[in-house]
Design a binder for this molecule. Structure first.
Ligand code: SAH
Ligand code: SF4
Length: 396
């Protein structure tokens, strides 16, 4: 979602003649688009911002823009602590970024410059929902991104069409609970069906679905439509019913397993997110997470140590000892690695349609990375036979 927001902001800057510059010393503008989901992410952004004070002083006219979720959370406090910041744009205001640039007086009124390089990518991210109304007990997203709402059905399709006409091959629909999409009665399944009919589309993906809203209808579309990605990133967070309840996730481990069974019928590669060391997680709860992982055979997972976020219900709970959380994370990561290895191994010998993202690397429809010595154009879709599975890449 941050990448999509960055692209949106890039478009507004590109219209004013800006382009991406790899070398900080040659750049005139730095835009930091921040995440605040865990404390560590916010610290990293603020430390970069601090270091940029010197960069700003080195040349007159340099501009620093601080945007995204940490900017939303810290608000005016950012300017107080970092007076060298020129523009602050919180996550809720990304849609108004163009107006914010105008109001800053730092840019001229000419907005006729070329299109952004972002549109040349074979993959395009399309926001279909903003915000989140789930209020999981540990999560800051609803506070920095606001209540959930679905974007206009026709406008979304129009945006997809535009991106496809510019050469995009893969569309990724985005939302914090993307599969809860509902615009005036038009459901997520309706949107998938309509998007799948558009000309030029090679594959369609979505991120992040919430287990609560996985339906038989959508699972069927995923299984039967050849252009639907056969991968789903479905965050489970924990395998313990007690912890899931404390987290206010709205489903039990049994219900999650039912959704997995539904997806497996369609041959979907499922990956997940897991939080380790939620304050009420006992040794026994953690063991239940391990057995759920064994049962689900995830193709991969992002595992996070619980990070207390100010303003969330879980913030006031007593944290578990750091060493205990580290220990659990280590055990979990090893298990995830074992399972992922098996998922990669199972791809050996298969002929897969691979969407190339650069001359030598691309992804299969099930979202496994493939590396090949042959050379292709980014955006090309080629059929490659998987010769060997390595840790987290397939060789073809
Ligand atoms: N909307 C998505 C997740 C978005 S946040 C969903 O609910 O599925 C991405 C991931 O960050 C979450 O799945 C969760 O695993 C992790 N996360 C969120 N808040 C966290 C916190 N306070 N500490 C640790 N991990 C957190
Ligand atoms: Fe956060 Fe839960 Fe919303 Fe995901 S569904 S963004 S974890 S509150």
């Amino acid at each position: 979602m941050n990448t999509a927001d960055s692209e949106e902001m890039m478009l507004a800057l590109a219209a004013r003649g800006c382009f991406i510059c790899e070398d900080l010393n040659k750049a005139d503008i730095v835009l930091i688009n921040t995440c605040t989901i865990r404390e560590h992410a916010e610290h990293k952004a603020l430390s970069l911002l601090g270091r940029l004070r010197k960069w700003k002083e080195e040349k007159a006219g340099r501009i620093i823009i601080f945007a995204g979720c940490a900017a939303q959370r810290l608000g005016a406090g950012v300017r107080g602590k970092f007076p060298h910041v020129d523009i602050v744009c919180g996550a809720k205001s990304i849609d108004d970024f163009d107006k914010i640039l105008d109001k800053s007086g730092l840019f001229g009124s000419d907005k006729s410059a070329g299109k952004s390089a972002a549109l040349n990518s074979p993959i395009a991210l399309v926001n279909i929902m903003r915000g989140c109304s789930c209020k999981c007990s540990y999560c800051i997203v609803p506070y920095v991104r606001g209540e959930a709402f679905s974007l206009d059905f026709d406008a979304v399709l129009k945006e997809i069409e535009t991106k496809l006409s510019l050469g995009t091959k893969e569309i990724v629909l985005l939302g914090q609970t993307v599969n809860a999409y509902n615009y005036k009665g038009k459901t997520f399944a309706d949107l998938l069906r309509a998007a799948l009919k558009l000309e030029g589309l090679d594959r369609l993906r979505y991120l992040s679905p919430h287990p609560l809203f996985i339906t038989e209808e959508v699972s069927e579309i995923m299984a039967s439509e050849p252009k639907m990605s056969k991968h789903l990133h479905l965050p489970v967070q924990s395998g313990s019913d007690k912890v899931l309840k404390d987290m206010k996730r709205g489903y039990s481990s049994g219900e999650f397993l039912e959704k997995i069974a539904l997806l497996r019928r369609g041959g979907i590669n499922v990956t997940t997110d897991i939080i380790v060391g939620y304050p009420t997680e006992t040794e026994e709860d953690f063991k239940q997470t391990l057995s759920l992982v064994d049962e689900c055979k995830f193709g991969g997972a992002y595992c996070f140590k619980f990070s207390p976020r100010f303003g969330t219900p879980a913030f006031s709970l007593k944290e578990l000892p750091k060493e205990e959380v580290e220990k659990r994370l280590d055990i979990l990561l090893n298990k995830i690695k074992e399972n992922a290895k098996a998922a990669y191994k199972a791809q050996e010998g298969r002929a897969e349609r691979v969407l190339m993202e650069d001359p030598h690397n691309g992804r299969t429809l099930s979202n496994f990375w493939v590396k090949t010595e042959a050379s292709y154009k980014a955006g090309e879709v080629v059929t490659l036979t998987i010769k060997k599975a390595q840790e987290s890449i397939l060789l073809a």
